[in-house]
Design a protein around this ligand. Structure first.
Ligand SMILES: [Zn+2]
Length: 76
C-alpha cells in the first residue's frame, strides 16, 4: 500500500468498512509511515470537530482541503 491508497481508504477504515485483508495492509502501512499516522490523527481530529463521521465519502471541498493539507506536509 502506498500513501495515496492509504488516503483513499481512511474514511472506510474509520467506518470499519474495510475487508480484513485491506485493513491489515492499511494498519501495516500505518505502522511503517509516520506521515500517514499523523494524517490519520489529523483526520480524526477533523471528524471530531465536524461532530460526526462523514457519510461514505467526504464532500469534494472537504476532501480537497484534507488532501492538500496532507500533500503539503508530506512533501516538505
Ligand atoms: Zn504513508
Amino acid at each position: 500500500m502506498n500513501c495515496d491508497e492509504f488516503v483513499e481508504l481512511v474514511t472506510a477504515f474509520l467506518d470499519n468498512a474495510l475487508d480484513p485483508e485491506t485493513e491489515a495492509r492499511f494498519v501495516e502501512h500505518l505502522a511503517l509511515c509516520e506521515g500517514c499516522e499523523r494524517y490519520l490523527e489529523q483526520f480524526r481530529t477533523t471528524i471530531s470537530e465536524l461532530g460526526r463521521l462523514p457519510p461514505e465519502t467526504l464532500s469534494p471541498a472537504t476532501r480537497d482541503t484534507l488532501l492538500s493539507a496532507f500533500h503539503d506536509w508530506h512533501t516538505t
